[in-house]
Design a protein around this ligand. Structure first.
Ligand code: C5P
Length: 228
């Protein structure tokens, strides 16, 4: 149970391409709460390692980067959050498939996850927090009052990602995206530390045939029932 003296939390976990990011952003805006995009932290660590030429499996070196990570999020929970790494705007760069892959490789390292744990918990500020990730409900905020786990078929997630990239003018093949999603799912759900899975008591929503607003409304309804 959530400690009553701490700001409330809604955790939104699930695999990539499921709509978590968009849903969490709208949810935070509707509630007037803070937003934690934990995937962005893993992406920043991955990008930082790539930039410095540090091997993505060098646990001690990558964990060192995670501990010293000089990251800043401004315009939190808005549509145009600016993400700075070492005082450089990397908002677009961290969304590339290459950085996403680097993120999921450094995310298997226990020392890296440990290094990011406290940093993530510092986002818990009044009046509340929407936390988006893979292990928000299971590891980072196990006392969250409402835990949500979003699912969608791999084909649908690949199609959504394809459209997102196309809209940005980035050319990719749907097949390649599907393969990457499969690889990343496998890595995220089979890792030793904090594997991706629904938290106990999580509300599980299959978004394959749902629009964003429908998902957000469902979560808000569940939240109102929880606090009623
Ligand atoms: O959600 P996003 O695609 O930005 O996350 C990038 C990668 O970071 C994921 O594939 C996953 O491996 C890792 N991650 C994680 N735990 C989180 C959030 C992200 O392991 N809470």
């Amino acid at each position: 149970m959530e400690a009553q003296d701490k700001p409330p939390i809604i955790t939104v976990d699930g695999p990539g391409g499921v709509g978590k990011g968009t849903v969490s952003r709208i949810l935070a805006a509707r509630l007037g709460w803070h937003l934690l995009d934990s995937g962005a932290l893993y992406r920043l660590v991955g990008l930082s390692a790539l930039k410095r030429g540090i091997a993505l499996d060098d646990e001690a070196a990558v964990a060192g980067l995670a501990i010293r990570l000089d990251a800043e999020f401004t315009g939190n929970s808005g549509d145009n959050t600016v993400i700075m790494l070492d005082h450089v705007d990397v908002s677009d760069e961290i969304r590339t498939e290459g950085v996403g892959n680097a993120a999921s490789r450094v995310a298997v390292l226990p020392a890296v996850r440990q290094a990011l744990l406290e940093r993530q918990r510092r986002f818990r500020l009044p009046p509340g927090l929407v936390a988006d990730g893979r292990d928000m409900g299971t590891v980072v905020f196990p006392d969250a009052r409402l835990k949500v786990f979003l699912r969608a078929s791999r084909e649908e997630r690949a199609a959504r990602r394809y459209k997102q990239l196309k809209d940005k003018g980035i050319d990719v093949s749907l097949d390649a995206l599907l393969r990457e999603i499969e690889e990343r799912d496998l890595r995220d759900s089979s890792r030793r530390v904090a594997p991706m899975r629904p938290a106990e008591g999580a509300v599980i929503i299959d978004t394959t045939h749902m629009g964003i607003d429908e998902v957000v409304d469902g979560i808000l309804r569940a939240w109102k029932e929880r606090v009623a």
